[in-house]
Design a protein around this ligand. Structure first.
Ligand code: GLV
Ligand code: MN
Ligand code: MN
Length: 404
């Protein structure tokens, strides 16, 4: 808990935890985590994408690893456990091995992923995609809200954008990828359970929508002659909400809405908004995205707007591997806790890691199911229970007989 507090001190905004990809604050937490890794007997380094990677060798050097981890970046005005708790608990488990002078028949690696939230450049999972070898190089031209490209930001941070491929790991380097994370939802708390084992991570689609009308004088342009981009965008937002409500397997969110020029006496000429749509069914998500595109096109037509839609990123439903789910469940039972399986509504680095390894996740109860909010909180006893389950999982981990 103290380590989560220490990480939370590094924020772009005082009192509102915000730490985005390739920021100075990220550099500070990277240094902190690299130090903790080394103190836990690991070789630790920053990779070409800015991920912190620590390695605790097994019985002999160079063995394939069980990779553990989570992310060190945050949303804006975030909680202090989303991501960070998974890194810190994995580190504690390695520290325990190191303190006991124990080596396992496989290496253990801990990764602090540099970008899971995708707050700065709109596209998410940049750190884990680099490790999985699926980083889309076109994203180097994506720009943040200040117009800085990902390529420029990497250079400023001291990373070589042309070397990003060297962060990629090979399938044969990994036995599996496992992540501990707060649930970020209310299910475990409602059922009075400290932990749950994840079955699958819901898929997502992210869009950027721009509506262009005509900026004008709020006093002189009659209502019938306006091309008000904000009023049009408001109709789009409500249409997107209706799509999200049309199927219990769907959620759809407009989380960002920027109207310009943005003055009380000026009709908005342009609005940019983001769409995040998720589902446990890839077919339902595809239908929803199609419905959102149709709705935006029809609003644009009826209100004479120029419409531009960028499909930023899509990810299908990612299943957790049954053989790993079973091993997590054995660890939960050995810890004397009841079993509960549940899907993940939130996205996680495992979605990217699935390209090179089977994945598993352990969820921990968080207070009120609240996350992406500074009120995010977890009972110390639950964090302890989760870390002990993770430790049992690691120490009794059996690699799959045949790699998938
Ligand atoms: C990450 O937390 C996400 O699900 O957006
Ligand atoms: Mn998050
Ligand atoms: Mn997270």
């Amino acid at each position: 808990m103290a380590r989560c507090d220490a990480l939370a001190r590094h924020s772009e905004l005082a009192g509102k935890l915000t730490r985005v990809y390739l920021s100075q604050e990220q550099r500070a937490v990277n240094d902190l985590v690299l130090g903790w890794m080394r103190a836990a007997g690991m070789q630790a380094r920053l990779d070409a994408a800015g991920n912190v990677v620590g390695r605790y060798e097994g019985a002999r050097p160079g063995l394939p690893c069980l990779m553990l981890g989570s992310h060190l970046d945050t949303v804006r005005d975030a909680g202090r456990y989303d991501g960070m708790l998974g890194v810190v608990c994995a580190l504690e488990c390695v520290q325990a091995l190191h303190d006991a002078g124990r080596r396992l028949p496989f290496a253990v690696e801990v990764v602090g992923f540099a970008d899971e939230e995708g707050v700065r450049f709109g596209a998410t999972l940049l750190g884990s995609r680099a490790i999985a070898g699926t980083f889309d190089l076109q994203l180097l031209e994506a720009r943040d809200r200040d117009g800085v490209s990902l390529r420029e930001a990497m250079k400023t941070f001291g990373l070589d954008p042309d070397a990003i491929g060297s962060a990629a790991r090979r399938r044969e380097d990994l036995h599996a990828y496992a992540e501990l994370h707060i649930e970020q939802g209310p299910v475990l708390e409602a059922e009075d359970l400290a932990v749950g084992v994840v079955t699958a991570i819901n898929g997502f689609s992210r869009l950027a929508v721009t509506l262009r009308g005509t900026a004008g004088h709020a006093g002189t342009v009659p209502m019938g002659l306006r091309r008000d981009a904000l009023a049009a965008a408001a109709e789009c937002v409500l249409a997107i909400e209706r799509v999200g409500r049309s199927d219990p397997a769907l959620v759809a969110t407009v989380g960002r809405f920027d109207a310009s020029p943005g003055a009380i006496n000026v009709i908005a000429g342009e609005v940019r908004l983001t769409v995040d749509c998720r589902s446990s069914s890839d077919a339902a998500r595809e239908r929803a995205v199609a419905a959102i595109l149709d709705a935006a096109a029809s609003v644009a037509k009826s209100r004479r707007m120029e419409l531009q839609i960028e499909r930023l990123q899509d990810s299908p439903v990612t299943g957790c591997a049954p053989w790993l789910i079973e091993q997590f469940e054995r660890a939960v039972t050995a810890e004397g806790l009841p079993l509960r399986r549940l899907p993940s509504g939130a996205g996680h680095d495992g979605m990217a890691m699935r390209a090179i390894a089977d994945i598993a996740m352990l969820f921990l109860r968080c207070k009120g199911g609240v996350s992406h909010n500074p009120a995010e909180s977890i009972a110390e006893a639950d964090a302890g229970a989760g870390a002990r389950v993770l430790q049992r999982f690691i120490e009794s981990f059996q690699p799959a007989a045949r790699k998938p």
